[in-house]
Write a protein that binds this ligand. Structure first.
Ligand code: SF4
Ligand code: SF4
Length: 499
């Protein structure tokens, strides 16, 4: 049986949808591979729609609308063009072939052109084969494991159990992290001394010598608040996340890595085996004569040990265990930490579970440069931070620099913009934004202005779109893992825990 690709087609109401309709009425032959979504304009098609379609099983996505110059909303199709040009580059970094996401123009009377477009795209996708994103990248054995309910049996009882008398018990733990979040706790300064007086710290590996068995000895629900930073990247971190979830009445994802995967999540743009090969064998500074890798069994001091294995991708904490609250940032700012700790220890007027403990407002609203941002902003050329000295008072976007402030939550102040650095998005998205990177890419590309060729040139001039827009949120995005089979299995491929 030959493979029949599934194509989700976003068709503009005024042109491409009319062309598809005419092609149907004229009984033109073209493959029945389209799942059509009628949209008012191609400019309405957010990159997140495209990612969602791929995630949910499309082998390709077609966005089709009016020819440039014919847009019923002036330039919606040119905005679509700019976003598309950037998005296909970011997707290519994640192993999705550019041919899978296509933007095309077809006037309402161009039925044959539309039919040919579908024939061509179907043939190209058939040659590429199924994308099967969820199967290949999301539903791994590990994902089956983390969603296995028995891992968290008794959790609700633990959360509801009466709390132990005495000072609130607090734990700090780190998973795959850089240590910056630990530093941020110490940066509370006198606030930290005050906190240390008010609570009993029962775990803090960076500073205190508690062991795993100390935590295991606590009753379930015996920790009042566990602040957990870092993404979950190793089997050992997965174990700790489950243990702390069982022992803590409240679990807080602390910092961008626990919240969204953070910088660690960018590792998901590479296959796990590629990561191991680079980090443990190829780096010129690596000395690993015994070829030890995560997951290897070793004999040390007469004991046989198994090093923790690398999971199939880095996960935000909330994908591994239920998280009660999030303290965002890379690292979280002292003001945000202090306010969140106060709120959690008071136990009063707590927001609903899952809430991010920072204002649900755009960074731009509190930015000292906001008044310099033109009402109608347009970008004709890009600047790069490495080769530009930005003006200290002007909105970065008005200077042609990427700034993710518009879609990023505020709370970092004083933050990057105060030291003449554009916002990189570490506080994450506002409530309701499904993919922070996709939203940032969309907002930035929509400011491009020029002809189709000029828009393509602008998109091509921006280095590393995935790393730019998904710097902190790739691991929590709609396409959070590379989709591409390894050409050949590298030595020491990571173990996937059995489901
Ligand atoms: S959120 Fe930032 S500071 Fe915290 S562990 Fe991750 S990279 Fe480090
Ligand atoms: S885009 Fe950046 S520089 Fe401009 S107002 Fe927003 S946060 Fe400030």
């Amino acid at each position: 049986v030959s493979f029949e690709p599934r194509i989700v087609a976003f068709l503009c109401n005024w042109c491409a949808y009319g062309a598809a309709d005419q092609a149907g009425r004229a009984r033109l032959e073209y493959p029945q591979s389209l799942l059509t979504v009628r949209v008012p304009c191609t400019g309405r098609v957010e990159p997140a729609f495209v990612l969602q379609a791929l995630r949910e099983g499309a082998d390709g996505v077609l966005v089709a609308g009016c020819h440039p110059g014919d847009c019923h909303y002036v330039d919606g199709n040119l905005k679509a063009h700019a976003r598309h040009a950037l998005l296909v580059r970011a997707l290519e970094q994640a192993g999705v072939e550019p041919a899978r996401v296509r933007l095309a123009w077809a006037g309402a009377s161009e039925a044959e052109r539309f039919a040919q477009l579908v024939r061509d795209m179907t043939a190209e996708l058939a040659a590429l084969g199924p994308l099967d994103y969820a199967q290949r990248s999301l539903h791994s054995a590990f994902d089956a494991l983390v969603t296995t309910p028995h891992r968290l049996d008794g959790l609700e009882e633990a959360r509801r159990s009466p709390r132990a008398p005495g000072k609130p018990r607090v734990a700090f733990y780190w998973n795959a992290s850089c240590g910056g979040c630990e530093e941020a706790v110490v940066d509370l300064g006198e606030g930290f001394a005050d906190l240390a007086e008010r609570v009993e710290i029962v775990l803090w590996p960076v500073a205190l010598d508690f062991k795993r068995h100390d935590v295991e000895a606590l009753p379930d629900g015996g920790i009042d608040v566990a602040f957990v930073n870092g993404a979950v990247r190793l089997s050992e971190q997965d174990d700790w996340a489950v243990l702390l979830r069982r022992k803590a009445r409240t679990v807080v994802a602390f910092g961008a890595c626990a919240h969204l995967g953070g910088v660690v999540g960018l590792g998901n743009l590479s296959e796990p085996a590629e990561l191991l090969e680079t980090a443990y064998r190829r780096q010129p500074t690596v000395s690993n004569p015994e070829q030890l890798l995560p997951g290897t069994r070793v004999l040390a001091a007469g004991h046989e040990l198994t090093l923790p294995s690398l999971l199939s991708r880095a996960l935000p904490l909330g994908e591994v265990v239920p998280v009660d609250y999030v303290i965002p940032g890379c690292p979280p700012s002292p003001a945000i930490i202090a306010a969140a700790v106060e709120l959690l220890l008071s136990g009063e007027r707590l927001p609903p579970p899952g809430a991010v403990l920072a204002p649900n407002a755009s960074l731009c609203d509190s930015c000292p440069r906001k008044d310099s941002r033109p009402e109608r902003l347009s970008i004709q050329s890009l600047a790069r931070l490495a080769t530009t000295q930005p003006d200290e008072a002007t909105c970065f976007l008005a200077q042609g620099l990427v700034c993710l402030g518009p879609g990023t939550r505020q709370g970092c102040q004083p933050g990057c913009v105060e030291v003449n650095m554009p916002c990189r998005g570490c506080f994450g998205p506002l409530d309701g934004i499904p993919d922070h990177g996709a939203a940032g890419l969309s907002a930035f590309a929509s400011l491009f202005s020029g002809s189709e060729e000029e828009l393509s040139a602008l998109a091509a001039a921006l280095p590393d779109p995935a790393g730019t827009f998904w710097r902190y949120g790739y691991g929590a995005g709609l396409i959070p893992r590379r989709v591409r089979a390894q050409p050949e299995p590298a030595r020491g491929a990571p173990e996937e825990p059995e489901a």
